[in-house]
Write a protein that binds this ligand. Structure first.
Ligand SMILES: [Zn+2]
Length: 75
């Protein structure tokens, strides 16, 4: 039987390699591929038009209760 050296493919360069659990660049084969994928991802993210993420009108009007408990009098 073979030792379970499972090769995986790098998502960036599609190169098969033996994954190293201690590697900081998993699941990529190298730091370069990791960064390349990150850059691509960021580019795609920037390409999507975001709405303005800052809400300008913060109307903090809590709905007031129709009657305050003080007005409830049972004379
Ligand atoms: Zn790679």
């Amino acid at each position: 039987m073979k030792p379970s050296n499972k090769n995986v493919r790098c998502p960036t360069c599609d190169k098969p390699f033996v994954p190293d659990p201690q590697s900081a660049v998993m699941p990529f084969c190298s730091e370069r591929c990791k960064l390349a994928d990150l850059h691509r991802w960021m580019k795609e993210d920037i390409g999507i038009p975001h709405g303005s993420s800052e809400p300008e009108d913060q109307e903090d009007e809590a709905p007031s209760p129709p009657m305050s408990p003080r007005e409830w009098r049972f004379d």
